[in-house]
Design a protein around this ligand. Structure first.
Ligand SMILES: [Zn+2]
Length: 204
């Protein structure tokens, strides 16, 4: 088991279960890195079972036995779009104010709140298929918004990339999902543009 969607991009993964949120966004297809894992039911089922297993491992839980009915595929894609939209907002501009009950985005999800004998409380996802995923993803975002790790989850600056990565830099200044790929390509383009600009300058 692995975070198979994110590993294709060689992006830094978010800690613990938050990596599931990143993983959902990174099922997207990007030329050079990989195809859309939600393009058809077979790849979507394969991805969900691997990601759910990896998520369970991150929490020390047994892997859930999930089914993904064909009718759920659109809901999973819509969840991806909703989460990507949240990450499109730069961390410094994301709301930290009170929850706005009048502006609820879909899908709604149910979850179980449980306590153990030592007095620790956890949120466990409920349902199966797209419902389970929505439950796990909203739970992880909730926890990340409370512990601050949400602001480290970003989208790559590459306009055709937009891969989700975890910015572990001290000042939170990372902009590329991977400096060796997207970062280098951008530097190359910038230096080419500079050379071109210099070549057209007066006296050259
Ligand atoms: Zn990128």
């Amino acid at each position: 088991m692995s975070w198979m969607a994110t590993e294709r991009f060689e992006a830094r993964t978010a800690p613990g279960g938050l990596a599931l949120v990143q993983e959902l966004v990174n099922t997207h297809g990007v030329t050079r890195f990989g195809a859309d894992l939600l393009a058809d039911l077979t790849t979507a089922r394969h991805w969900l079972s691997g990601a759910a297993g990896q998520w369970a491992q991150a929490h020390g839980l047994e892997p859930p036995e999930l089914s993904l009915p064909a009718t759920d595929l659109d809901a999973v894609r819509e969840l991806r779009t909703a989460v990507k939209g949240m990450l499109e907002i730069p961390p410094g501009e994301r709301s930290t104010g009170p929850f706005d009950a009048s502006g609820v985005v879909l899908p709604r999800a149910q979850a179980h709140l449980v306590a153990d004998e030592r007095g620790r409380v956890a949120i466990l996802p409920a349902g199966t298929g797209a419902s389970w995923l929505a439950s796990a993803v909203w739970s992880e975002i909730l926890l990340a918004q409370h512990d601050g790790s949400w602001s480290h989850l970003k989208l790559c600056r590459g306009p055709r990339c937009r891969t989700a990565f975890y910015d572990a830099s001290r000042n939170g200044s990372a902009v590329w999902h991977n400096v060796r790929t997207c970062g280098n390509m951008a530097n190359l383009r910038a230096s080419r543009a500079r050379r071109k600009g210099a070549g057209q300058g007066p006296g050259e």
